[in-house]
Design a protein. Structure first.
Length: 442
């Protein structure tokens, strides 16, 4: 599988079963060529969250049990930075060649983050690693908190595992009792692209011009709206729970004027889907798809940005310092303010663990910046973190963020009076973390 990303599909074709084969082939070729070791020291918040005091844990308190739902076989850590005790059974050994199940090496960021949590506070935390197929209310009930990195209902549905998807939906909807992060209402806001897009547009945040279809697809009505907009080329994609380019159709307006049948077929194929986004082509002056600068927010703070080429699957690198990086950062920060309005735990505001805010970039010499920029997408923590390219050691950054999130969420859970295993022991362990790490960031 390829990280959630923009799709490149054939003209007016429904790619609902697309597996991004071409992208994976290129990615695996790149992974095979990566041999240079790069050990990067943590900085910023990751380096700041260190033990201040040697406060011992009294005997009998046990540990806070953190669940990690993993499975991102395409999001490796930097070569040479993996945990020396990385579990053999969790290594992705089939990571090269045409039949590879992953790429970039054996050691992935999601598992590495869980290992880092335990290394940072070994007498406080123990980790329960589980794959998507292991998720159940009973399994999560044993944990004090569970972070879902790759195993939500949309992934289960995309994999055709409908009974499993129903179980995961049950877990996600009951997030306060299953203590599952991300929280359900925030998660749904992100998955319903039209929800966050409309909120951002209302806040004055630039986005691609969009026709919102909210109550089922009607081929004739949509084409009429497209013609009224004067779009020569356009695309249609589901607005809810869509990734890997699933369900996209695109091409020339005139082709549909001449023959509406491909659009009628698309309508028939998507009867169960209610929400769609209809957008014009956004291309660079050279005619290729626009690029993105992906901005990452970790535990409520902007941390890094990665350039991703619109068509070259090898075109990834940390965005260099400069006016474009800063402009995209500021636009992403404005967008994250909208995320904060919906991110809550037990009804109280809480920082998200991770968001990726993708800023579209199109060269435009008529503008002072030299580029037109706009928000293309908001992603939750279940996305690629691109740790190979960021200025941090990703497991260290995310491990510290998870500890911070656990402290915040569990305190709110205890305040709410929820049923939780060994409640008073958890309260005592959180107090020890307060003494060691200092007060939580507001």
């Amino acid at each position: 599988l390829k990280p959630r990303t923009r799709a490149h599909t054939h003209p007016f074709s429904d790619r609902s079963s697309q597996k991004m084969a071409k992208a994976m082939k290129v990615a695996m070729k790149k992974a095979t060529a990566m041999k240079k070791k790069a050990v990067v020291k943590a900085s910023g918040a990751a380096a700041a969250i260190i033990t201040k005091k040697k406060v011992p844990v009294p005997k009998g308190l046990g540990k806070i049990r953190i669940g990690i739902i993993h499975g991102k076989v395409f999001d490796p850590v930097k070569v040479g930075t993996h945990d020396r005790n990385y579990p053999e059974k969790l290594k992705i050994k089939n990571n090269t060649g045409r039949s590879a199940s992953g790429w970039g090496g054996q050691y992935m960021a999601d598992v590495s983050t869980g290992l880092k949590i335990a290394r940072l506070q070994p007498d406080i935390f123990e980790i329960d690693f589980m794959r998507m197929d292991d998720v159940s209310p009973k399994r999560l009930a044993k944990n004090h908190l569970t972070f879902n990195f790759w195993g939500d209902m949309s992934i289960a549905i995309a994999d055709g595992k409908i009974p499993l998807a129903k179980t995961i939906i049950e877990v996600q909807k009951d997030c306060y009792n299953t203590r599952h992060i991300p929280e359900w209402n925030y998660y749904e806001w992100v998955l319903h692209k039209s929800r966050y897009m409309k909120q951002c547009i209302k806040a004055g945040i630039p986005m691609i011009p969009t026709i919102f279809v909210d109550n089922g697809f009607n081929a004739k009505a949509v084409l009429k709206q497209v013609q009224a907009k004067g779009w020569d080329k356009f695309l249609v994609k589901p607005a809810y729970m869509s990734f890997f380019g699933q369900g996209i159709i695109h091409g020339k307006t005139q082709d549909l004027v001449d023959n509406l049948e491909p659009f009628n077929q698309y309508e028939r194929d998507n009867k169960k889907q209610k929400e769609f986004l209809v957008q014009p082509y956004v291309l660079k002056p050279n005619g290729l798809v626009f690029d993105e600068i992906r901005n990452f927010f970790v535990d409520g703070e902007w941390k890094y940005s990665i350039y991703t080429d619109g068509t070259d699957y090898e075109g990834f690198y940390e965005q260099p310092a400069g006016a474009l990086k800063e402009a995209c950062k500021q636009l992403a920060i404005r967008t994250y303010e909208e995320v904060k309005k919906v991110s809550k735990w037990e009804g109280k505001p809480i920082d998200t663990l991770l968001n990726r805010i993708d800023i579209g970039v199109v060269p435009d010499k008529s503008l002072k910046l030299g580029y037109k920029i706009f928000v293309n997408e908001i992603e939750p923590q279940m996305t690629t973190w691109l740790g190979r390219y960021c200025p941090y050691e990703i497991a260290d950054l995310m491990g510290n963020a998870c500890i911070s999130q656990a402290r915040k969420a569990l305190k709110l859970t205890l305040e709410k009076g929820r049923k939780i295993p060994d409640k008073e022991k958890v309260r005592a362990l959180l107090h020890i973390l307060d003494e060691r790490l200092g007060p939580l960031k507001k």
